[in-house]
Structures are given as C-alpha cells and as structure tokens.
Design a protein. Structure first.
Length: 149
C-alpha cells in the first residue's frame, strides 16, 4: 500500500511495496503524468520484462507533489540474478541511459552488488532538486516505491 505524501510533498521514509496498478492509481493522475506512465510501461515491456522478472524501484519527481515532472526515475534491481546474467544487462542499461530517457522519459539505473552506487538507497533521500524545491536538506529521508515484476 502506498501512503499519502507527507506535509512536504514526499513519500514518507521507507520502501513502499506496491503493484504497478497501485502506483498508477496514485501517481498517474493528470494527462501529462499518464503519458509518463505509458513511457514507463513501454520501457518495462521492451527493456526489462523480456529478460527476467526483477524488482524495480520507482522514484523521482513523479513520486512527489509536483505538477509537471520531467520523467520517472527507475532502478532496475538485478541483485537476485547470477552475475553472468545480471552484469551484461546492468551495463547495457547504464550505457544506454540517455537513449532510454529520450525514448521512454525514464531515467533508468541498474542495481547489483557489483555496482558501487546503490541507486535504490541513494534515491531514499531528497536530493538536490527536491531540496531546492522544498527548502529542505538534500539528505532529508524520503520513501521509494518497489514493484516486483
């Protein structure tokens, strides 16, 4: 279940497990947001689901109180896959980030223990854009959505 946004406009701290349908009902609430959501679903269908069922983490301005988010941040979690399978997919995702963003309006990042940056952890803080928007510390904790495909 996805909780209500806090007084600032962020998800409360924590990992909020949900379905794609639940996330859509809560966040794809305007024509612009529905277009972004369609891009996410197409990204998942084209780039993620054909390879393997993995968890994805959904975040960014799409999951906060923002009228016109630019894109949807997504972390594709390859952690549960054997390294020989996961690493080529993770590297491909990382190297094609700009192309994927232009195609799907999705800012996609890989997650795997062999990758130094854990983006699922990184996105559990407000970050510089939200900090500037809401006048809060960039390390202010916030929530993130986790969907098992």
């Amino acid at each position: 279940m996805i909780p209500a946004l806090d007084d600032i406009g962020l998800l409360p701290p924590g990992v909020w497990e949900c379905t794609l349908a639940e996330a859509e009902a809560v966040f794809a609430t305007t024509p612009h947001r529905r277009e972004l959501w369609k891009g996410l679903l197409q990204f998942l269908a084209d780039e993620v689901e054909p390879h393997t069922p993995v968890p994805v983490w959904i975040d960014g301005s799409f999951t906060r109180r923002k009228d016109h988010p630019l894109d949807i941040d997504v972390v594709v979690d390859f952690s549960g896959l054997p390294e020989a399978v996961a690493m080529p997919m993770a590297v491909s995702l990382y190297l094609r980030n700009s192309k994927l963003k232009a195609t799907y309006n999705v800012d996609a990042y890989p997650r795997h223990p062999e990758i130094a940056n854990d983006f699922a952890e990184f996105f559990q803080y407000a970050g510089s854009k939200a900090a500037a928007e809401f006048q809060i510390d960039s390390k202010h904790p916030k929530g993130i959505l986790k969907v098992q495909l």
